[in-house]
Write a protein that binds this ligand. Structure first.
Ligand code: ADP
Ligand code: MG
Length: 355
């Protein structure tokens, strides 16, 4: 029943504004892929194209190998869950959930059974007769979820479904959504601007920017091995340092940054290192020490903040302003001269053209 989705070179515009440019995306059977990016990057537009509310100017959309591109929305059979629930206010919880079944000609006992089973699964059986106005936000979102799932669609799409809920409920609901999606094995596209939500719920995440997918990978790969500077910054690599290799020596290289500062880096950790590259380090991957004998980036420390697990420092260096962490046991004061020592396991390397 569940089917794979492909978007092939999709472009779309509103009036004269191009919003998506040659966007391609493949979501496997039963897979949950999130579209993650800042407001305005084109996430909702992508869903609207798949749902059929908007026509692409070029490109093809298929579901289970069937070309959907020119089909009207009601022939696409896609389950949709929105931020604002979109429940029918005059219908009870049970009738809201049963609405799509009725439209598909399923009525009587068959309908009652399916609605009942679905309400059980989302924990709302006791509220079957209530009207939406008498439900909390979390309950409304469960009704919307049940309504989308009960028709057993080949594809589910979620547009920021948890944005109206408070923080605790958001976390509970995303676990529930994931469990239901897994249990049904429904191919899903999930839109959010929240990185933690996307990473926790998805098989793979597409990081979007200005109508394009910058990288589509598993959360682990995105977090540890971003493919370009945009994604690196997005996932929290605060420090991007341009470097050039000046010496290759078996298992290690020596590379130079602005100000003639040199570092030796183990090839083992990074694989091949091109002659020009960007060393990307999170603050945790640049350790502050006042031991002048250490090899590292000379720095003058600025503001120190307490993170609980470490101190974090703003640091001025010949390669510009950097952010580095230091141990709780040795808080250092602003103005102190220190070294920032890269921790190779916590750093990654990017191609320079990616900046
Ligand atoms: N109906 C519309 N008419 C004109 N421009 C629109 C319309 N809907 C969205 N846009 C523009 O298209 C871009 C992408 O919007 P959208 O897909 O809603 O972004 P997101 O969901 O990622 O926040 C934005 O610049 C937005 O202002
Ligand atoms: Mg949106």
């Amino acid at each position: 029943m569940t089917q794979s989705l492909t978007l092939d070179s999709i472009s779309a515009h509103y009036g004269s504004t191009q919003v998506l440019e040659n966007l391609s995306l493949a979501v496997g059977e039963g897979e949950l892929v999130s579209l993650l990016g800042a407001s305005g990057c084109g996430k909702t537009t992508t869903l609207r194209l798949v749902a059929g509310f908007l026509q692409p100017t070029s490109g093809t959309i298929t579901l289970g190998g069937r070309d959907l591109t020119r089909l009207p929305p009601h022939q696409r059979d896609i389950g949709l869950v929105f931020q604002n629930y979109a429940l029918f206010p005059h219908l009870s919880v049970a009738d809201n959930v049963g609405f799509g079944l009725k439209q598909r000609g399923i009525s009587g006992d068959a309908k009652t059974k399916r609605v009942g089973a679905m309400l059980d699964r989302v924990g709302l059986a006791h509220l079957a007769d209530r009207l939406p106005a008498a439900l909390s936000g979390g309950q409304k979102q469960r009704v919307a979820l049940a309504r989308a799932l009960v028709i057993e669609p080949p594809l589910l799409m979620f547009d920021e479904p948890l944005s109206n809920l408070d923080a605790k409920l958001r976390i509970d609901m995303r676990v529930e959504i994931r469990q239901l999606q897994r249990a049904n094995g429904t191919t899903s596209v999930y839109v959010t601007h929240d990185q933690e939500e996307a990473f926790s719920i998805s098989d793979r995440v597409a990081i979007m920017h200005a109508g394009r997918i910058m990288q589509l990978d598993t959360p682990e790969i995105l977090y540890q091995r971003p493919a370009n500077a945009f994604v690196a910054r997005f996932v929290g690599f605060e420090n991007l340092i341009a470097m050039k290799v000046v010496e290759r020596d078996g298992a290690k290289i020596t590379a130079e940054m602005a100000g003639g500062i040199r570092l030796t880096l183990p090839l083992e950790q990074f694989g091949a290192i091109p002659d020009s590259f960007i060393l990307a380090c999170r603050a945790d991957g640049l350790q502050v020490t006042d031991n002048a004998a250490m090899e590292g980036i000379p720095a003058t420390l600025g503001l120190r903040t307490y993170l609980g697990r470490a101190y974090q420092y703003q640091a001025e260096t010949p390669a510009g302003a950097l952010i580095a962490n230091g141990p709780l046991t040795r808080p250092l004061d602003a103005g102190v001269t220190a070294k920032l020592v890269p921790v190779p396991e916590q750093c990654t390397i990017l191609a320079p053209e990616a900046v």
